[in-house]
Design a protein around this ligand. Structure first.
Ligand code: PLP
Length: 448
């Protein structure tokens, strides 16, 4: 078990930025803040750490429970690194790479899929480097379910920005959005409190609603993230209205934040990215889809081609080892990230900033949003985080257009994996309310 290593963001020059955001004078030569004697942390953080004692303890318990689940699944999948035959049992070289079609793959792909499925309580899973990103995995899952004439219903307000062109909510210029294929789309706005609108959901599902999309994490919206229990409640409501309506959960940033996952409460599929929570900062690329076997196979056919299914796809080099190791470490990384969200919320709220989730509120994802109020503050915050990172600390992030996003977006990601958000990172679209979305996982304090 990793010892507690508190949120690095807050011990860094970034803190001098965060602590003085109201004045917003972050110079490129920001000095390290004065640290509390005998502690790697500035005063505000020392106080926050003390105040958050019971929250951190609860996170440690969560990490222990989730790590145990992962360990059991690895054992059940007989994950092994050496080929051997002993007592009639064959142990495979699960960490070895494969090339070409991947037909000569040594069993790692299957073991990883099996372990992942067990961990998230699904019948089946595909965990693959061939998924570019979370958006790609979610897209494969949506296309697995939907056919011309069907309706897609987003039940948790607007979906994440990069799904707009996938759905056809934003023009994809004939590139093959769901809309191009005759799939209609409807959105159920969130309730005023930023949660699901339960009253509206009770009668929202129509006979031709083939798929309900539930986004667990907040994305770039000022909204609540959903607990898995709430997702389960929503699934029940959806299935009562139309048992043929399939439920797909966008699980990005949700993995291991609770002790249960969406397939355990009835989701037909869920999808996410390996350069977020379940890659444990080790996975270099990839994504996953997990859920009911038949639909996982349909998503796999969408990733590759009908007929090729889940048994194809090579993974060169030592990526398989990185996947196993990252998944194994993931509950601990996520635990660090959750502690980070608590610390950011505590400190930034004490400075008068609006935060979502609120300080000490229970967490359902690894994202902490802070409203900075204007473009300059958002840019300065991201610059300060970038300066505090181990990779590219000498670079300055600039806002710009990014494939899939309609708004200008700024990313501070001085991370070892490009775009990874399980380390110290933050980002945000340059639009009202100029909120920054922070993820703070694995990077130790500059002093510690
Ligand atoms: C809720 C949510 N869904 C989907 C995505 C898209 O994931 P990716 O950037 O891996 O495509 C994100 C990205 O941050 C997200 O926050």
């Amino acid at each position: 078990m990793r010892a507690f290593s508190p949120c690095p963001l807050l011990a860094f020059p970034a803190l001098s930025a965060t602590a003085s955001l109201a004045a917003m004078k972050v110079s490129s030569n920001a000095q390290l803040p004065v640290l509390h004697h005998d502690s790697p942390f500035v005063q505000e953080v020392v106080q926050a750490v003390d105040a958050l004692h019971s929250e951190f303890r609860a996170v440690d318990n969560l990490v222990a429970r989730n790590s145990f689940r992962v360990l059991k699944a690895f054992q059940n999948a007989r994950v092994g690194s050496h080929y051997a035959v002993a007592n009639s049992n064959a142990y495979n070289q699960h960490f070895s790479g494969s090339t070409g079609y991947g037909h000569d793959e040594a069993g790692g792909r299957e073991a990883l899929d099996q372990a992942f499925a067990e961990i998230v309580g699904a019948e089946s899973a595909i965990v693959r480097s061939q998924f570019f990103s979370g958006t790609h995995a979610i897209t494969c899952a949506l296309f697995a379910f939907l056919r011309p004439g069907d309706e897609l219903l987003a039940v948790a307000g607007a979906p994440y920005d990069t799904l707009e062109e996938v759905i056809g909510k934003r023009d994809s210029h004939g590139m093959g959005s769901l809309k191009d294929f005759g799939v209609t789309y409807r959105e159920l706005p969130l309730a005023e409190n930023g949660g699901l609108d339960w009253d509206a959901l009770e009668c929202a599902v129509k006979p031709h609603t083939r798929c309900a999309l539930i986004q667990r994490s907040c994305g770039y919206s000022w909204r609540q993230s959903l607990s898995v229990n709430d997702i389960g409640r929503a699934i029940k409501m959806i299935k009562i209205q139309n048992p043929n309506c399939l439920v797909m959960v966008d699980n990005c940033y949700g993995e291991f934040v609770e002790g249960i996952e969406p397939p355990m409460v009835g989701a037909d599929l869920m999808a996410g990215s390996l350069i977020k929570n379940p890659g444990g900062t080790i996975a270099p690329c990839g994504g996953y889809v997990a859920g009911k076997r038949i639909w996982v196979e349909a998503a796999a056919a969408r990733l590759s081609a009908p007929g090729l299914g889940t048994d194809c796809g090579s993974t060169p080099g030592d990526i398989m080892r990185a996947y196993f190791q990252g998944l194994y470490l993931s509950p601990q990384m996520v635990g660090e990230a959750i502690k980070g969200t608590f610390l950011i919320a505590e400190v930034m709220a004490s400075k008068g900033f609006k935060v979502q989730p609120l300080p000490r509120a229970s967490r359902h994802d690894t994202v902490q949003a802070v409203q900075l109020g204007n473009r300059e503050s958002l840019l300065a915050f991201c610059e300060a985080v970038q300066r505090s990172s181990p990779v590219g600390s000498f670079t300055k992030p600039v806002a710009g257009s990014t494939p899939g996003y309609a708004s200008e977006v700024i990313f501070a990601d001085g991370t070892f994996i490009d775009g990874s958000t399980s380390e110290l990172s933050c980002d945000g679209p340059l639009r009202e309310p100029f909120a920054v979305y922070c993820q703070v996982g694995s990077i130790p304090s500059s002093e510690g």
